[in-house]
Design a protein around this ligand. Structure first.
Ligand code: CIR
Length: 393
């Protein structure tokens, strides 16, 4: 992975499943969804997204399949039970019973529990006495569901030939990286993939990381990725020789702009689509390696810093030219969260008609998908995809 826009070869997606059926008006805020999705329709939309990618020759890997295959390895199973069964929540009696039950189930069932979670009423029966069982409500979660696993972008990031397991900030998402970590550690397909960064480091989420060009990364710093996360990530990629410049890009700490890719994505080798409201104010600090340390300069305008680091004359911004209200509406609905499958070819939600029209006027091919249900989790095509390999041109 040398750039955001090189022709996509293989991508990791997660087809949403029963974990979405756990969302209620009482828990959706905490589980980071803005509405209650219609699950069958969300699955249809996701199938169409995967088919759009396959039709372009992309190899689509589904996280659920990889996880099930991974869990046939007993070391992976032990590690999954360690991260999935929380003794602090369950107490020793329930935790022991649950662990021994989950050790005896087939890998598909274990994968389902790890992804869709388990309520107290679904716990296996036991002979022992437990205050925990008596006092918890039947619908409380013994294992939390992971509805945001859909957004595979955020829990791991490939840079060059290395995979970095992201360190997710919010409790509702933290366990996602334990699952991706497991797949990369034990699935035969990834057996010898070298690692970068690690899930226990300072917070960095994949939606904040843009691979702008060979050796040049941008990392959004805002609601999810912290300054410490951006700096440690930069130190780690410099130590591994994966980059010569990392740009730390401050973004507003709001839900609308939770990651850098909600306001800016690359659509061509030298072009981005960007939320107009931030175009003139976005800045970047440049980090470069010097003698085992790093040098920090800036802040300076984002577009100048990126062009210089990439060695191009200027970064083109597809000027959506939208009036502020339409721009705000389409940004909220992930209009700027496009997913490049090749230089100048992106997948985008069809509902953002104005942004898509401007992209086409600028010569970008837009592959439209519907996302009215998928979008209830507040993420677009880029958020829902983790590119694993792109053809280096
Ligand atoms: N890269 C992204 O912007 N991902 C979208 C994540 C949405 C998810 N509901 C979250 O709040 O983390």
């Amino acid at each position: 992975m040398q750039s955001e826009v090189d022709p996509l070869e293989t991508v990791l997606l997660h087809r949403p499943g029963n974990e979405l059926k756990r969302l209620t008006p009482r828990n959706n805020d905490q589980l980071l969804f803005d509405a209650i999705p219609w699950v069958d329709r969300a699955q249809d939309e996701h199938d169409a997204f995967a088919e759009t990618l396959r039709a372009r020759g992309v190899g689509v890997l589904l996280l659920r399949d990889l996880l099930t295959e991974t869990l046939s390895d007993t070391r992976a199973q032990a590690s999954a039970l360690h991260s999935g069964v929380d003794e602090r929540r369950l107490g020793t009696e329930v935790a022991d019973t649950l662990r021994s039950h989950l050790t005896s189930v087939p890998p598909e069932t274990l994968a389902e529990v790890l992804v869709a979670g388990m309520t107290f009423e679904e716990l296996p029966a036991s002979e022992g006495h437990s205050l925990v069982r008596r006092m918890h409500h039947a619908h409380d979660f013994a294992i939390d569901p992971l509805p945001n696993l859909l957004f595979t972008r955020d829990s791991s990031v490939w840079v060059g030939d290395r995979v970095a397991i992201a360190s997710l900030l919010l409790p509702a998402r933290r366990r996602e990286s334990a699952l991706t970590d497991l797949v990369y550690a034990y699935h035969p397909r990834f057996a010898h993939s070298p690692r970068a960064y690690g899930a226990h480091s300072a917070p960095v989420e994949g939606g904040d990381v843009l691979v702008l060009a060979p050796g040049v990364l941008a990392v959004g710093v805002g609601e999810r990725t912290t300054p410490a996360g951006a700096e440690s990530f930069a130190r780690s990629v410099f130590a591994d020789g994966l980059a010569h410049t990392v740009l730390a890009v401050p973004i507003t700490q709001t839900r609308a702009s939770m990651h850098l890719d909600t306001v800016c994505t690359m659509v061509d080798r030298d072009a981005v689509v960007m939320y107009p409201a931030i175009q003139d104010s976005l800045t970047a600090y440049s980090m470069r390696p010097v003698d085992k340390d790093l040098e920090v300069s800036g802040p300076e305008p984002f577009l100048e810093a990126t062009a210089r680091a990439m060695g191009i004359e200027r970064m083109r911004v597809i000027d959506t030219g939208l009036d502020p209200v339409t721009a705000e509406r389409e940004q909220w609905e992930d209009g700027n969260n496009t997913f490049a499958v090749a230089p100048g070819v992106v997948v985008a939600y069809e509902r953002n008609a104005e942004t898509n029209a401007r992209l086409e006027e600028a010569g970008i091919e837009v592959l439209r998908i519907s996302g009215s249900e998928l979008g209830t989790g507040r993420g677009g095509p880029r958020c829902m995809s983790c590119p694993i390999s792109r053809a280096a041109l």
